[in-house]
Design a protein around this ligand. Structure first.
Ligand SMILES: [Zn+2]
Length: 432
């Protein structure tokens, strides 16, 4: 056995000894609701946990003026609703100096709302442990991952294994809403590094790609009139219907054309649907006896790496122009297009990067299974690391079920496995 092997064995044993505490921490985190915008209480708790371990802990609230102007910036919905006060990012720093490199462990503390609570079999904020799983909103996405990264650091520290370099343990806000005040703000504050692991619920595979995402709105106007003489007005709802159909057509064309084998192999049900234009909200008109003067649709389009935001935007605008040319009213009164939130470029890392290969070996060592390369259908914080800071970033986390759905859960054994892989990564990448 080499000396690194024997260190690895000690680390694995230590994580096994801490199994109950890891699970307990993940469950406690679920019990502190932290829906996007209301992250403070959970962040306070994480801060205490990091300080308890002897890490230097820094926190900061995002400052919009430092973010505006960055190419990836957009104003998030939760910023518009809550601002950034009382929404700290938390960074635990383990620094041993030397000329070593920096490993970033980044997780988002925010969760999406639980949805109809009466449909849950478990309390969404209960963190209940049963059938080898933890149940609750955020259990998989991604409080178990946060517990894993904290306990990975803890295991290596408890064993007093020397490291050369720095580990940043980050709990950031508003990933579910675009991550601008969270991961992006944290990188811009100067918390950068050489590689990052993001323990999102990847099911022990590697998420190596993040989708492009764009939220947009199209608004048309009509000409209002009393309903008794509706023929003298122009009904904006009739007009938005033309746009609706054109966008459906664009979606079908794109789905025929765009392939992304990575996502299709990991998630066979995504075949033919790696890009989706979802028309999520439609509204219009003011009163039943008035011909609608306005109507609009709000959409989200997601797509895998291969096209930029402006490529996709151009296709939407061309399509809208094409349909408007054929309609005299819309030709005279062109629909208005605007962005209403997420505007994210897709990202992907190089799978032959030595960091990725090393991490893959460690995952194989712990789980006995080679992680598959997956991703590219959801927008992730990893895109900031990859696109904006050139830091290879892998999503690697536990096996979760029903994330963002009813009865969300995460498998206990997989949390422990992720903790082990991250702990080994600290030792291997930052060997003293
Ligand atoms: Zn997540």
């Amino acid at each position: 056995m080499s000396s690194l092997d024997s260190v690895f064995e000690r680390v694995l044993k230590k994580v096994d000894e801490n199994r109950d505490q890891i699970i307990e921490l993940a469950s406690q985190l679920v019990q502190i609701p932290s829906v996007t915008g209301q992250e403070r209480d959970a962040q306070e708790f994480v801060k205490e946990k990091l300080a308890e371990m002897g890490l230097k802990v820094e926190t900061f609230e995002p400052n919009l003026s430092e973010l505006r102007g960055h190419p990836s910036f957009f104003e998030t919905t939760s910023y518009k609703k809550f601002g950034y006060n009382n929404r700290p990012n938390v960074i635990g720093i383990w620094e041993e100096g030397g000329d070593g490199r920096t490993l970033i462990l980044n997780g988002h503390i925010d969760v999406v709302p639980p949805g109809p609570e009466e449909e849950w079999r478990y309390d969404p904020w209960g963190g209940e442990i049963s059938n080898g799983r933890i149940y609750g909103r955020g259990s998989g996405d991604m409080k178990a991952g946060i517990a894993a990264m904290i306990y990975a650091v803890r295991a290596v520290r408890e064993l007093e294994i020397p490291i050369n370099g720095r580990v940043l343990v980050e709990s950031t806000i508003e990933e579910e809403d675009g991550g601008i005040g969270g991961a992006l703000a944290t990188l811009l504050k100067g918390y950068t590094g050489d590689f990052s692991i993001n323990p999102e619920p990847s099911g022990l595979d590697f998420w190596i790609a993040s989708a492009g995402v764009l939220y947009f709105k199209i608004r048309v106007k009509g000409r209002p009139a009393h309903a008794k003489e509706a023929h003298r007005g122009v009904n904006a709802i009739d007009k938005i219907w033309l746009i609706y159909n054109a966008l459906k057509e664009l979606n079908e064309e794109r789905q025929k054309r765009i392939k992304f084998p990575l996502a299709e192999e990991c998630e066979p049900y995504m075949k033919g649907h790696v890009t989706i234009l979802n028309i999520g909200v439609i509204s219009g008109g003011d009163w039943p006896s008035t011909v609608p003067a306005w109507a609009e649709i709000n959409c989200r389009i997601g797509w895998p790496p291969g096209e930029s935001v402006s490529d996709v935007e151009r296709q939407i605008l061309d399509k809208v122009r094409e349909v408007s040319e054929r309609d005299p009213w819309l030709k005279e009164n062109p629909p208005e297009y605007s962005i209403i939130g997420w505007r994210a470029e897709p990202s992907m890392i190089d799978t032959s990067d030595p960091f990725v290969l090393k991490l893959s070996d460690l995952a194989f060592r712990v789980t006995g299974k080679r992680p598959r390369f997956c991703g590219g259908t959801a927008g992730l914080d990893t895109r900031f690391f990859i696109n904006d800071f050139n830091i290879p970033s892998v999503g690697f986390g536990p096996i979760a079920h029903n994330i963002h759905g009813i009865n969300e859960s995460v498998e206990l054994d997989s949390i422990v496995q992720v903790t082990k892989v991250i702990a080994l990564a600290i030792v291997e990448l930052l060997a003293g």
